[in-house]
Design a protein around this ligand. Structure first.
Ligand code: PLP
Length: 432
């Protein structure tokens, strides 16, 4: 297939008509397909139904005899701190096991930093004239929403195959004391699927920062979400920071939202000793204790990291065909046409699709009219502003395989159609 930009105008116009006819045929089907959010499908949730049998009316005590039905244990059950410490790459004593959401823990870290400051700093960030965070893009929309909520200025940075643009990260962190940190999804990054290289982790850990209380918010949401048998290995950021003499720099988060039940899982965080002590103190004012029944259930169900990995292989068996279907459709419909690029992730929950510049909004609108709901264009950038209007996040996990295939056919068609309309000089790319 020749690149579309090399086609003579007449051929382009004919192609436009053919694509439009196909699009109208899809539209007439009145489909309703949702590819907008990274949710596990019901078959994945079924894998964890054993959780319902892990505690009972006469079996609700932790290993040390703790009655899990009662208040207390602010930092989590001891056995949960061991399991989640292993997941986070942390010692149990630097691990706090909390409620159901790692995003809530990240939100609370930012809120606490603004209201009270963080160990190593000079008081509440909220008293400063501005607070800035480095945001590798495309990134996770809900991270950006937290920063927007609190008025934290987001500094967008590029992300490549090895992680964020480290030259820019090092320069901005060293120059500007109001740059208080960077938000990272270091493994199978949402949505690019990138896993940070060892060198990226080492540079983040070691770089000089103008802010003494600079933090790396390390959202390792996809730590164990491999789709292949030889997954990339992410370097331990807590160890790297400690080795570089910055033991308080990294705050690491994860949860079982996409391991067991999304919304009824368990979340955890780990950080340097002073940061964890401060977090524990604040947490004890915020809650009298986490849901230890759920923590106990999870430890009994998952047991240890071998148990977690075996469980994740069952997820991969369900998800791999869906991710393969996305690749097959994009390759066959868009390959060689010069109108799109896309990621080929080895894990995680997303495929990142780059349409031709200026086309993403039109693609999402057209796909919506044909019954395919996508994450809004721009969502992968701070404040919803994709400067090139080209990135679209594809979430193939929730719908059944045949729906994924059909939805991707429609998305690929819309990508090509928008590109052809742009080449033809149409003003409103989505006005069919
Ligand atoms: N972090 C990332 C990068 C995610 O992609 C998601 C969900 O999509 C979350 C956090 C949400 O995690 P939780 O359910 O633990 O709040």
């Amino acid at each position: 297939m020749p690149e579309l930009s090399t086609l003579p105008a007449g051929e382009l116009a004919q192609l436009h008509e053919r694509l439009r006819t196909r699009y109208e045929r899809f539209r007439a089907l009145g489909l309703s397909l949702d590819m907008s959010r990274g949710k596990p499908c019901a078959e994945q949730l079924d894998l964890s139904n054993g959780l319902f049998d892990c505690v009972s009316a006469d079996d609700f005590r932790a290993a040390d005899g703790t009655d899990c039905r009662n208040y207390g244990g602010i930092e989590g059950l001891p056995e949960a701190r061991v399991l989640f410490g292993a997941l986070l790459g942390a010692r149990p004593e630097q691990t706090i096991v909390g409620g159901n959401s790692s995003l809530a823990m990240i939100h609370d870290t930012v809120a606490r930093a603004l209201s009270h400051g963080l160990p190593g700093g000079e008081g509440p960030w909220g008293r400063l004239p501005a607070v800035r965070f480095l945001c590798p893009c495309p990134g996770y929309d809900r991270h950006f929403a937290i920063f927007a909520l609190f008025g934290v200025e987001m500094v967008p940075l590029g992300i490549g195959p090895h992680g964020p643009d480290m030259g820019a990260v090092e320069r901005l962190s060293a120059e500007d004391p109001l740059v208080k940190g960077i938000i990272c999804v270091p493994k199978y990054s949402n949505p690019t699927g990138v896993t940070y290289s060892d060198s990226t982790v080492d540079r983040l850990a070691a770089m000089p920062t103008a802010a003494p209380d600079f933090r790396i918010l390390w959202d390792n949401a996809y730590a164990v979400h491999d789709l292949t048998d030889s997954p990339p290995v992410l370097k331990n950021v807590l160890d790297a920071c400690e080795a570089a003499g910055h033991p308080e720099r990294a705050c690491v988060y994860a949860s079982t939202s996409k391991v067991t039940f999304a919304g009824a899982g368990v979340a955890a965080m780990a950080a340097g000793p002073h940061t964890i002590a401060r977090t524990r103190k604040h947490l004890s004012l915020r809650t009298i204790g986490p849901d230890k029944v759920n923590q106990l259930r999870h430890v009994r169900f998952l047991r240890d990291m071998d148990g977690v990995r075996a469980h994740m292989r069952l997820h991969a068996r369900i998800l791999r065909p869906k991710f393969d279907a996305v690749q097959q459709v994009f390759e066959s419909r868009l390959g060689g046409k010069g109108v799109a690029g896309w990621s080929r992730p080895q894990g995680g929950y997303f495929v990142s699709l780059d349409a031709a510049p200026g086309c993403a909004r039109a693609v999402v609108t057209m796909a919506g009219h044909a019954g395919v709901k996508l994450t809004p264009a721009g969502a992968t950038f701070p404040l919803g502003r994709d400067p090139q209007d080209r990135n679209i996040r594809i979430a193939p996990t929730l719908p059944p395989l045949d729906e994924v295939r059909r939805a991707m056919e429609i998305v690929a068609l819309c990508v090509e159609l928008a590109a052809v309309r742009k080449l033809l000089g149409e003003e409103d790319l989505a006005a069919l």
